[in-house]
Each structure stands twice: as C-alpha cells, then as structure tokens.
Design a protein around this ligand. Structure first.
Ligand code: AMP
Ligand code: ZN
Length: 506
C-alpha cells in the first residue's frame, strides 16, 4: 500500500490536555501520526458500581469520543479487575466462586454502562484471561534485576528503578514517609510491591515459575496495556486515587520489563465524586449505586450531571447537582421540541425579515459548532460546550416566536441546523440531546413528579398532554390511555373538548 501523502493527517484537530506526568497542559502528539492508544483502569468487580465509578468510566468514554471526532484512529482498552481479595471474600460470603462473582458483576456493570450511553471500547479485558502475559512480564522484570523472589512471592524493587515517584512528583524518601504501606517482612524496602503472591488455602490460583499463586494488583494493567496497545501508549486514564501507588507502579513495571520510556505519554486523571464533601467509596460505605440512579433518574440525567463539570474538578453529588442536570436538559429539549415542530411544519411563504434573521441564525449554528469543538479540544472543556449550546438555545428561543416562527424556508433550515448541533455535536461528544424531545420531556416530567413526592406540576401536566395528543395523532391509543390513567393517579383529570384538552386537579 502507498504510504499516506504528506499532510494526510493535517485534518486532525489539535488537542491540548493536562498531563499529570508533567503537571502541564500539553499539545497532544501521538506516537504514531493519526493513531491513538487509550487505556482506562476499570472497576474491581465484586459489587454494583457507584456513581463515582460511573463518573470515571464516563470521563474515559468522553475522551474516546473526542479523540475519534478529532480524526484519530483510536484503540481503546478498558479493563475489569476480576482477581482480588474483595472478590474472594464476596465469593465466600455467597458460597460461590470468585469466577462466578466476577462474571455476574461484569454483566451488571455492562448493563449500567449501556444505560448510561457509554460506547463500546475496542477491547474489554480481564486479568484472568491474561495470566500468560502477566507471568512473562514478571519474568522480564526479574531478568532485568528489578524484581526479586522470596518464598514464592515476587516483589518489584523500587530502589532498582530510577525515576520511581515521577508521576506523583515525590522521591522514594518522601513516598516512604507519606505512604501507608503494607508491613511485610519479606520486602527489602517498604515501598516494594507484590508482582506475584502465593495462594492461601482455598484461594484461586494459577501455576507459575514461583509456584501456585496470583498476580499483585498493579501488574495486570501493565500486561494488558502492552498486549493490546504496545509497550508504549499515548493516553492512560484513571481516577485521581490511582496516581499513587497504582499508576506509579504501572510505570515502574512497564518501563522495567520493556526497557522503553516513557510507558505512557499523557496521563489523565479524573477528579472524585463526593457525597457531603467526602469521597464516595465502597469501603467508606457512602455509596449511591449507579443502578439506583439510572433507574430513579435516567442515563441522560447521569450523563449531564457527570459531564457538565470539568473532569478535573470535584462533583459534590446531591440535590443541587441533580436539579441542575434536569433544568439543563429541560431547556435543551424544550427548544428541540420547538425546532422539530418548525422543521416539520407546512411551509409558509418566504418573508424578507425572517429570511435574514434565520440566515444569521444558521451562521450562528456554524460558529457554535466550532466553539464546541474548540472547547473540547482545550482539555475537554465540557462546561464551555454547554454554555455555547445554551447561548445558541437562547438565540433560538428569541427568534422562534411569532411571526418569525412561521416555517419559511430559512426558518426550516435554521431549525434543522439547531437540531444538528444538538444531535451531531452535543450528542456525539457528550451523548446529550439526541433523544426524541417529546419522550425526553415526558420522562423529565415524570422524574420531577416523583421527586416532588408525586405532586405533579402544571408544566409536567402540559408535557404529558402534549405527549398524549401526539400518541393519539399517531393512532397509539394504548399509550394515550396510559397517560390519562397516569394523570388520574397523580390527581389530574383531563377533558377533551372542541378547544382541545383541558385539565384540573381533582
Ligand atoms: P475501583 O473499583 O475502586 O478500583 O474504581 C474503579 C474506577 O473508579 C477507578 O478509576 C477509580 O479511580 C474510580 N473511582 C472510585 N471512586 C471514585 C469516586 N468517588 N469518584 C470518582 N472516581 C472514582
Ligand atoms: Zn489499572
């Protein structure tokens, strides 16, 4: 095949991102032009994930979406940790095997990811299917003099790895002083960490040159990244709790085994989601399960809540963040609803003033598209994306009033351009604004009603009446009846008359 012509990759949009390794915002330059390898550390599967875990996964998905949109051929790996003490404990409690627990929760997490609109990565990996790669990597580390074996346990020797601490920006002495490290008589240095540990009775094990055992936590990501993405990769992501020791150890292992540095060009870390200012965490027990949120609210409300804040800022989860997400989505879908009606209306006669105003609006849409892409390319500026969309929404609302709301040719083009921004730009990059507006508004109304203890607001009633009218127009009488019943249950009686539908609280 002919090599690509010079300038072939010129169409790739420049992206700047904050690299934990250097502490700076840098211009992304991938190892191979036009290609991008992305690895994100996924959950340990012994339980349903909480909304903080979902944040981390959704941020990685948002990176993936932008890299693709910017023109890269992306290879994205997300892993599941399916060997771990917590999984073993859970299996004992439930009288089953670790394998069963892991299989069960991987399936559950996948369900949550799908409802939350996460795209499929290129590879979803598990530790248990990479034992050969893990063992071979440990052998290399030992052969290079950076690992040692004590009674069936293999340790990484941090003193033999120059540069240990470069990601967390601390030297070995500072790390030793600050770290809560596991006391283990067999270690030469308290910061040394396990690459392989012998199996205790009743634990799952794999055969290895050091006896029956299982890998330490950190080696899995080094081995899986190298297998699917190569010895050096472009972008590695995880929650900020993983900087030390997990990612620091990944660097040490990969660079020691492969002899190539840096293992990762750009390290991206997403901030925590907190509850009353405390990190949401399974071990603290202050968790709100992603499953509960997705059932009570929706995938889109979760996306808005988790992506409307910049990925490097904390989200304090609670009523305010939920209200904010619902208000934002309602604004977007109310405007989309109007735009859809306008785009589909019977054509009106062209009008000079309308033509010129709507013409400007189409140009405004183009400008907004550029602003959205620019904001995303500047370290994934999702708050700026939303503010550009809201500015355009305000403009749309301003001009889509009578007499300009007639479906003149340029008004129709304007409405279509606006829908295009929501679906193809906001939708593509943040996974928001793609739904059918009537359905989205009816769902938002239902969620609001449930939040206010069943008392339904007039706007919510109106939204359901519109949905019912459309259902009837589409001859979907079953749905129309359902809505009438639902309103009755909420204390609202409706009457159909020659003037349309009227309603009152009973
Ligand atoms: P774990 O199952 O604890 O290994 O976590 C899986 C992923 O979720 C990792 O990338 C963590 O950094 C991330 N994570 C865990 N807790 C939170 C939280 N409260 N907020 C944001 N991310 C989190
Ligand atoms: Zn990892």
């Amino acid at each position: 095949m002919e090599p690509p012509a010079r300038g072939f990759f010129m169409s790739i949009r420049p992206i700047r991102l904050t690299n934990t390794l250097t502490g700076k915002k840098e211009l992304l330059e991938t190892l191979e032009p036009g290609k991008l390898s992305l690895y994100s550390c996924g959950p340990t599967v012994y339980n349903l994930i909480h909304i903080g875990n979902l944040r981390a996964a959704m941020v990685a998905d948002m990176f993936f979406r932008l890299f693709r949109r910017a023109g890269y051929d992306v290879n994205f790996v997300r892993n599941y940790t399916d060997v771990d003490d917590k999984i073993i404990t859970r299996a004992r409690q439930e009288g089953t095997t670790s394998e069963d627990i892991a299989r069960k929760y991987i399936a559950e997490v996948e369900k949550d990811y799908a409802v939350a609109g996460l795209l499929e990565p290129n590879h979803k990996t598990t530790v248990t299917t990479h034992m050969a790669e893990i063992i071979s990597m440990i052998e290399k580390i030992i052969a290079h003099g950076q690992g040692y074996v004590v009674e069936g346990e293999v340790f990484f020797s941090v003193k033999d790895f120059p540069g240990y601490g470069k990601l967390s920006h601390r030297n070995i002495d500072e790390l030793e002083a600050g770290a809560r490290v596991e006391i283990n008589e067999k270690k030469r240095n308290p910061l040394d960490f396990s690459l392989w540990k012998p199996a205790k009775p009743g634990e799952p094990f794999w055969e290895s040159p050091w006896g029956r055992g299982r890998p330490g936590w950190h080696i899995e990501c080094s081995a899986m990244a190298s297998k699917w993405l190569g010895d050096r990769i472009d972008v590695h992501h995880g929650g900020e709790d993983l900087v030390f020791p997990h990612h620091e150890n990944e660097i040490a292992q990969s660079e020691a085994a492969c002899g190539k540095a840096p293992f990762v060009k750009y390290w991206l870390h997403s901030a925590f989601l907190t509850l009353s200012k405390e990190k949401m965490s399974k071990s603290i027990g202050n968790v709100f399960l992603a499953r509960d949120f997705l059932t009570q609210y929706s995938g889109e409300i979760a996306r808005y809540l988790l992506l409307s804040v910049h990925y490097r800022s904390i989200i304090d989860f609670g009523d305010e963040s939920i209200e904010n997400a619902m208000t934002g989505l309602t604004r977007i879908y109310e405007a989309k609803h109007k735009a859809k009606a306008l785009a589909g209306a019977k054509r009106a006669v062209p009008d000079l003033r309308a033509e010129s105003l709507w013409g400007d609006f189409v140009a405004e849409c183009e400008k907004t598209r550029e602003q959205i892409l620019e904001a995303m390319a500047n370290d994934f500026g999702t708050p700026e994306v939303l503010s550009a969309v809201f500015q355009l929404t305000r403009e749309f609302n301003r001009i889509s009033v009578e007499p300009l709301a007639q479906a003149t040719p340029s008004a129709v083009l304007g409405a279509q351009a606006f829908i295009g921004i929501l679906e193809n730009d906001l939708g593509d990059l943040m996974g928001l604004g793609r739904l059918d507006p009537e359905k989205a508004l009816a769902d938002l109304a239902r969620v609001k009603a449930a939040r206010s203890g069943g008392k339904i607001s007039p706007e919510q009633v109106e939204a359901l009446i519109v949905e019912r009218r459309n259902a009837r127009a589409a001859k979907n009488f079953g749905r129309a009846d359902e809505i009438r019943k639902e309103l009755l249950e909420k204390g609202v009686e409706i009457k159909d008359g020659p003037q349309g539908t009227t309603w009152e609280y009973r």
